[in-house]
Design a protein around this ligand. Structure first.
Ligand SMILES: Cc1cc2nc3c(=O)[nH]c(=O)nc-3n(C[C@H](O)[C@H](O)[C@H](O)COP(=O)(O)OP(=O)(O)OC[C@H]3O[C@@H](n4cnc5c(N)ncnc54)[C@H](O)[C@@H]3O)c2cc1C
Length: 473
């Protein structure tokens, strides 16, 4: 049997700017082996990770598109319907005994993924093969942005400054599209084909050309007004690229390169739309750096250790009201219904709903973290964990204990006309003007729940909860 070079696609589901793919092609040419792509679906492990059904469908659709895109490079994609990470070492053992394989892939930072790779590596090496990993999820790989003393940054702003200095120094390099490979690969049809998903992600295009068009459109048409518009959920003012970044259908480097091309120098000028958008991409990298430096976060431990002792009340009825969007707080309910109905939620609303769960309902942030993961098409461990810990004041970034969002003030500020609320809370459609932010003032609206808690009272209790752990720390 001819030896095989395998590009194992995980969360780098793209042909462009894919260092693992390019390196595999070069390696195959140098060693005279065939090169194939590989994707293994692991729905049991995805379920253990609470991966949303919509994200699973999105991945399956993207893999099908990737199959076609790889065909243009004359690289077949072997799409295997597996079950869990546990079986993979056995699977690779079988394949490497038959063919002798070298596997190229992108590093993943989470715990089970690290363990999976260690086991696969062992098995491959036992069969004279190897697993070659590339740390390409971030433009600046975790650990590469450090203080002058060589420490990891624990606060975003200095991290960003240092990250930008590196960007100025080294620029952005993206790997282009590889040339089609001259090869004839024997059929690999003994492996099961990938099952189709449930179609729930159909609103999100998945071909490379559509994804690149979205990125280009955002950078050409929208980024200039990003700073003014990004906080208003009724406006389509953000890129909506998070699902693509989460599965690596587009890379951070591609985003930054496109931004620099379209926005010219404005990305380097403070408070322009381009600069603020770049900041968001840096937040994404910050949370990945933090995750790698503090692996206890992967086990859902709080970054601020003393907050592990907070006595959350964890009332299941209140949790259900929050999940289903029936708290009596219109902006919170509209946001949760957007999440439940579409699998995506605007960033401002993620902050409002997270703050509400933790600081108004006194429910452990990990319950919210898990619920978001189970619904989001863009579910990403580092960003989700970072966002939840930020909102819960248990995370990085000198979280002041008094970071407590007032949901009604937030609603008045960021959905001033109530357009977003009306979209998702039909019970309030007939409430006119500003009353929509707090319809209970009018004595309530038929069919719409009374507020499940009093915000002012809940706020006091939150301060007391945090004061208690601070005192004992
Ligand atoms: C509680 C909470 C949970 C979150 N969970 C996730 C998650 O599971 N997956 C996820 O991708 N983002 C998460 N975020 C971050 C942010 O809300 C989304 O990335 C953003 O809403 C995606 O929309 P967009 O692509 O239009 O973003 P844009 O505003 O266009 O930003 C561009 C990209 O930057 C990144 N980004 C933006 N804001 C953040 C941020 N605060 N932290 C990290 N990366 C960011 C995303 O990759 C995003 O696509 C969470 C935020 C909070 C507060």
């Amino acid at each position: 049997m001819q030896p095989l070079t395998i590009v194992w696609f995980r969360n780098d589901l793209r042909c462009l700017d894919n260092i693992a793919l390019c390196s595999a092609i070069d390696y195959a040419a140098a060693h005279n082996t065939a090169v194939i792509g590989l994707f293994i679906a692991t729905p049991d492990t995805w379920a253990q990770h609470h991966m949303a059904a919509i994200k699973q469908d999105f991945i399956r659709r993207r893999v099908r598109a990737l199959t076609t895109e790889l065909q243009a490079l004359n690289i077949p994609l072997l799409a295997v319907e597996g079950s869990s990470y546990q079986q993979l070492a056995h699977w690779f053992d079988g394949v490497s005994q038959r063919f002798g394989v070298t596997v190229f892939a992108q590093t993943e930072y989470e715990l089970r993924e690290q363990q999976r790779d260690a086991r696969v590596q062992q098995v491959l090496e036992a069969n004279a093969g190897q697993l070659i990993l590339f740390d390409s999820q971030c433009l600046m790989p975790p650990g590469s942005v450090r203080t002058l003393q060589g420490d990891i940054y624990k606060v975003f702003t200095p991290f960003k400054r240092s990250w930008l200095a590196k960007l100025h120094q080294q620029g952005v390099q993206c790997f282009g599209r590889p040339k089609a490979v001259a090869q004839q690969v024997q059929a690999l049809d003994e492996f099961a084909a990938l099952k189709p998903g449930d179609g729930s992600s159909a609103d999100w295009p998945v071909t490379e050309s559509e994804i690149l068009a979205m990125l280009r459109h955002f950078c050409q048409e929208k980024v200039a007004s990003y700073q003014q518009q990004r906080d208003f959920p009724a406006i389509d003012g953000t890129s909506r690229l998070s699902p693509y970044l989460a599965i690596g259908a587009v890379s951070a480097a591609q985003c930054v390169a496109r931004l620099q091309l379209e926005a010219k120098d404005s990305w380097a000028q403070e408070k322009t739309g381009a600069e603020v958008w770049l900041s968001e991409l840096i937040w994404r990298e910050f949370y990945k750096h933090i995750l790698v430096a503090y692996p206890e976060l992967i086990k859902h431990q709080p970054f601020q250790k003393e907050t592990a002792a907070i006595a959350w009340k964890n009332n299941p009825q209140l949790f259900n009201a929050w999940c289903s969007g029936h708290t009596g707080y219109p902006i919170v309910d509209a946001a949760m219904r957007q999440l439940n109905q579409t699998g995506w939620m605007h960033n401002r609303l993620r902050m409002i709903t997270a703050s509400f769960l933790v600081k108004d309902l006194h429910i452990d942030w990990r319950w919210g973290e898990r619920y978001f993961m189970s619904k989001l098409i863009d579910g990403d461990f580092a960003a989700n964990n970072g966002g939840w810990q930020w909102a819960a004041s248990t995370g990085t970034d000198a979280a002041p204990y008094f970071r407590i969002f007032n949901p009604v003030n937030q609603s008045e500020k960021f959905d001033p006309q109530g357009d977003f609320i009306r979209l998702y809370v039909p019970e309030l459609c007939k409430v006119s003007g500003k009353a929509i932010h707090w319809p209970h003032k009018l004595g309530g609206v038929k069919g719409y729940p009374q507020p499940v808690v009093d915000h002012a009272e809940a706020r006091k209790q939150t301060l007391a909860l945090f004061a208690e752990v601070k005192k004992n720390a």
